[in-house]
Design a binder for this molecule. Structure first.
Ligand code: FES
Length: 620
């Protein structure tokens, strides 16, 4: 057994057999980046081993390549390095996973809410029991509900039955039965105990948002957001599926992680609103298909195998307690329907929230993340697909990529004459990396100023100290070391540009294909999700993310999936509409489609960029 001390947290841990530094950091709950979930791919888990009682194992070829000259300064990859003796390890600034800036609101492009919740309060006076005509407490309550509201056969959740005797004898004349869908009594309270609340969840691969809503007014009482704790096991859905395939308790760990996260959001939202969690009688949830499966404890492994079938597609109503969700013990969680293995209920919710199914004009809806979900259509027809965009839109797989957190470069301007850069960061802090909207902005500016050429190559003819050859080939300096929090230059490399080309080309090809199938050009583009919301539409066009249709308006719609979840919480008719959307959307599988491959290859170019020397290199 050995003891490992982690700086700057000053936390120690005893090793149990041979464990990697990443495993030890995870056991301590330290915020160490691990975008690939320890699969030795992302290179984000850099640590500095400051002291060891025994020499460390030599780095693998892959680790040496990833770290380069950093190895000489004591850097190692945490998921590659096993400790068997006492050690002191530092997690450097660039490897700290930071508080994510989470998009909870939108740009106002939303369908309005009509209040038709599933749970209604029914205050009633219940007759006292009398000696000559014995009637059970439940039966007298039923009679009162029938006589007052015409409610017929009602079932009672066992938790409610247990409350009846004391409640009917607690001194008040009136009790309030909360009835769901006119069929089931899911709570019983003294009238003075207040109304019903619900919580709508949007479960993203990276972030989770909970909207606490008053079901009697439709008002938002509180909004809480958190990083999805599953990110500790990898940034994308494929890494989560791999955990389920490779580790016997992988599914349970991921399931309990997300349930714990939802429970924390419930507790925090209720605390902020000054109420108890047992007043939350209903919940809704949307998410991509993998998130949906993990929450339900359903094995997602077949989602990674063609033809990628989900375990189920239909909407589900489950007792929240059966999933471990701590709202009212008899409350329900409604999960919106899925379309396909990689088009989840979050996409259905986006369509619901933007009113796309009723649109008079052909509209393209993009929800960008590690997968780009794309919907094209109008009131007559809806087509959808999912493209494996890769993690570039979330800052993944980039030399200095990071999530949208304080210090991330989110907007870039480059003077085309001098190539001088002004970079805007989140919270205006010294830069620590580049987030998704930042890399789109940076590359768009590099295209406009002639640094990046048509095929993505760097223009070697330009003369500027910012444009140079680095360890990974040509790179462009966005921020000099003296001005960054890392004390090293933050650069965009040729490889970063290639990552963005792959991502944007996948989206461009998917959108182009749907447009061809639809048979008419779209006249409006709706950008959902954080990356879409923060990116400048001109940058999206400059890099060729969206097919160019002159005159098409581009509109950021914010967290449309979250709004869709709220709509379903407040209006049960929207749940039905979500089911119709899921049924009517025509899903197009892109894998193996030759037309998609053609469009993908042609979409790799930066069409608005110049030709020039260095342009003959092959794509990387
Ligand atoms: Fe170590 Fe990705 S390379 S977590």
């Amino acid at each position: 057994m050995a003891t490992v001390l982690f700086h700057p947290f000053e936390k120690t841990i005893e090793t149990e057999g041979a464990q990697t530094i990443l495993q030890l950091a995870q056991r301590l709950g330290l915020p160490l980046e691990s975008a690939c979930g320890g699969r030795k791919v992302c290179g984000k888990c850099k640590v500095i081993v400051e002291q060891t009682a025994e020499p460390l194992p030599l780095p693998s070829e892959r680790e040496s390549k990833s770290l380069g000259r950093l190895l000489d300064r004591g850097y190692r990859l945490a998921c590659e390095t096993t400790l068997t003796a006492d050690a002191v390890v530092r997690i450097p600034e660039e490897s700290l996973s930071r508080r994510q800036v989470i998009l909870t609101s939108g740009a106002g492009y939303r369908v309005p809410v009509r209040l038709r919740p599933g749970v209604h309060p029914h205050p009633v006076r219940v007759a006292e029991p009398v000696l000559h005509s014995i009637q059970g407490d439940r039966e007298r309550l039923l009679l009162a509900l029938r006589e007052t509201y015409g409610l017929g056969e009602l079932v009672f959740d066992p938790f409610v039955l247990r409350k009846i005797p004391d409640l009917l004898r607690s001194g008040g004349e009136v009790v309030t039965a909360f009835v769901r869908d006119g069929r089931e009594v899911i709570d019983l309270r003294r009238d003075s105990d207040g109304g019903a609340f619900g919580i709508a969840f949007d479960i993203g691969t990276t972030t989770v948002v909970g909207y606490l809503m008053d079901l009697s007014t439709g008002r938002e009482s509180s909004v809480r957001a958190a990083l999805n704790p599953q990110t500790a096991f990898g940034a994308d859905v494929v890494s989560r599926i791999t955990i389920c395939q490779e580790e016997p308790d992988g599914l349970e760990r991921l399931r309990s992680g997300i349930v714990g996260c939802l429970n924390s959001l419930v507790a925090e939202a209720c605390a902020e609103a000054g109420m108890e969690a047992d007043r939350v009688l209903e919940a809704t949830a949307v998410g991509n298909t993998v998130m949906n499966h993990l929450l339900m404890g359903l094995d997602p492994r077949y989602l990674a195998m063609a033809p990628y079938p989900p375990v189920l597609q239909a909407a589900q109503d489950v007792k929240a307690r059966d999933l471990g969700l701590r709202i009212a013990p008899s409350g329900y969680l409604h999960l919106l329907p899925l379309k396909a293995g990689f088009v989840g209920s979050d996409t259905v919710a986006c369509v619901l929230a933007t009113g796309l199914r009723r649109s008079e004009i052909p509209t393209l809806l993009l929800d960008l993340g590690t997968n780009g979900e794309i919907v094209m259509g109008d009131r007559a027809r809806l087509l959808c697909c999912s493209t494996a965009a890769g993690p570039a839109f979330e800052g993944g797989h980039l030399r200095f990529g990071m999530r949208a957190a304080p210090g991330a470069i989110e907007r870039v301007k480059i003077d085309p004459a001098t190539l001088e850069v002004s970079a805007q960061t989140i919270d205006h802090l010294p830069p620590v990396g580049i987030c998704g909207s930042g890399i789109i902005s940076a590359v768009a500016e590099m295209v406009r100023s002639g640094i990046v050429l048509k095929r993505g190559n760097f223009n070697e003819e330009l003369r500027s100290p910012r444009l140079r050859r680095g360890d990974e080939g040509w790179e462009f300096v966005l921020a000099w070391a003296s001005g960054t929090a890392l004390r090293q230059d933050i650069v965009v490399t040729r490889k970063d540009v290639s990552e963005l080309q792959l991502a944007k080309s996948a989206v461009h090809a998917g959108a182009s294909l749907l447009q061809e199938m639809f048979g008419a050009p779209f006249r409006r583009v709706l950008l959902a999700g954080a990356c879409g919301n923060y990116m400048d539409p001109r940058d999206a066009l400059a890099i060729g993310l969206i097919p160019e249709n002159p005159g098409a308006r581009i509109i950021g719609v914010g967290n449309a999936a979250g709004h869709g979840s709220c709509l379903a919480l407040l209006d049960t008719k929207k749940r039905k509409e979500a089911e119709r959307i899921a049924r009517s959307m025509e899903y197009q599988e892109l894998a193996g489609l030759s037309r998609f491959s053609e469009l993908f290859l042609s979409g790799m170019y930066f069409r608005s960029a110049r030709d020039g020397r260095g342009d003959g290199d092959a794509f990387k």
